[in-house]
Design a protein around this ligand. Structure first.
Ligand SMILES: [Zn+2]
Length: 269
C-alpha cells in the first residue's frame, strides 16, 4: 500500500487524546464496530500513532483543511472546491511540501475515500486538487469492486474514519466500452483476468442497452453505461454491512460521480 513494501500508517486518534475520539461519543460507538478490523489484523495494516487532532493542520498545504473532517457534507464541499480549482486552472495544481510529507509520516486523516477507474487521465488527487494525506484512493479499471477493493474501502471508512466515499467513473471509460463491445459481438471469455472486469460491468451495461435500445448511438450508450455502472457500484457499497452501519450513524455518505475528460469537471450523481 506504500512504497518499499512498508505498510501505510493509520491514524488512531489515541496518542494525544487518551482514547477520546475527537468527534466525540459517536466515534466511540463506531470503534465498537471496529473490532472486525482488529480481529482481522488491524495491526497488519500498520496501525500507527496519531498526529493528534489539529497537530498536522495540513502543514505546508496551499489549501489547508481541518486536520480531521468528520462531516460528510464538508468533505463533499472540499472535493467540489478542489475540482473547481482543477477544472479552471489545471496548470496551477500545487506540489506538496516537505513539511506536509513529514507531518503525515506518523499518521493520516484522509477526508474521503475515492474508488476510481485506473485510467491514467483520472487521478483523484489531481482532479480534486488534493494533497498528500487527503484522499484514501482505491483504483481498478472500471472501478470494479472485488473483495480486496471492498476491504480497502471498509478500512478507509472504519479505521481511518473517512466520512465520504466517492465512486468516480469517467467519460469514455475503456472498461465499460470493452464490456459493451463484448455484449454486442457476443464474444466469449478471453481467458484472461480482464474477463472479471467485463463480467462485473455487464449488468449495468445491459441495463443501459435496455434503457436506450440497442440501436442507440454508441457515444450515448457508453455514457449511459458509465453512469449506470457508477450507480450500481454506489448501491453495492451502500448495501455493504460495514458501510451501512456507518451511514446509519450519520458518519458516512456514499456518492457517485463522473468525470468529463475534456472539461476536467466532476459531476456528482
Ligand atoms: Zn475507465
Amino acid at each position: 500500500m506504500s512504497r518499499g513494501g512498508t505498510v501505510l500508517p493509520a491514524s488512531t486518534g489515541t496518542s494525544t487524546t487518551g482514547g477520546q475520539a475527537p468527534e466525540g461519543a459517536a466515534s466511540t460507538t463506531r470503534r465498537g464496530a471496529l473490532r472486525w478490523a482488529a480481529a482481522v489484523g488491524g495491526g497488519a495494516l500498520g496501525v500507527g500513532t496519531s498526529l493528534g487532532a489539529g497537530s498536522a493542520q495540513a502543514a505546508g498545504a496551499l489549501h489547508p483543511r481541518p486536520e480531521q473532517v468528520s462531516d460528510p457534507q464538508q468533505a463533499l464541499e472540499l472535493l467540489r472546491a478542489g475540482n473547481a480549482r482543477f477544472a479552471a486552472h489545471p496548470q496551477q495544481h500545487h506540489g506538496t511540501t516537505r513539511a506536509r510529507r513529514e507531518a503525515l509520516a506518523e499518521g493520516q486523516h484522509p477526508f474521503a475515500a475515492v474508488l476510481s477507474c485506473a485510467d491514467s487521465r483520472v487521478p483523484p488527487e489531481l482532479v480534486f486538487d488534493q494533497d498528500l494525506g487527503d484522499l484514501f484512493t482505491v483504483r481498478t479499471a472500471g472501478q470494479v469492486i472485488a473483495a480486496p477493493v471492498l476491504g480497502s474501502v471498509q478500512y478507509g471508512v472504519e479505521h481511518l474514519h473517512t466520512p465520504l466515499v466517492v465512486v468516480l467513473g469517467h467519460e469514455r471509460c475503456g472498461a465499460v466500452k470493452a464490456t459493451l463491445e463484448a455484449i454486442a459481438s457476443g464474444a466469449g471469455p478471453s481467458g484472461t483476468a480482464v474477463d472479471s472486469l467485463i463480467e462485473a460491468i455487464r449488468p449495468p451495461a445491459l441495463a443501459a442497452i435496455e434503457a436506450l435500445g440497442a440501436g442507440a448511438p454508441a457515444e450515448a450508450l457508453l455514457a449511459e453505461a458509465v453512469r449506470r455502472n457508477v450507480l450500481a457500484q454506489v448501491a453495492a457499497l451502500a448495501a455493504d454491512p460495514v458501510l451501512a452501519h456507518a451511514q446509519a450513524g450519520g458518519h458516512l455518505r456514499v456518492v457517485g460521480a463522473t468525470y468529463d475528460l475534456h472539461e476536467g469537471t466532476v459531476t456528482f450523481l
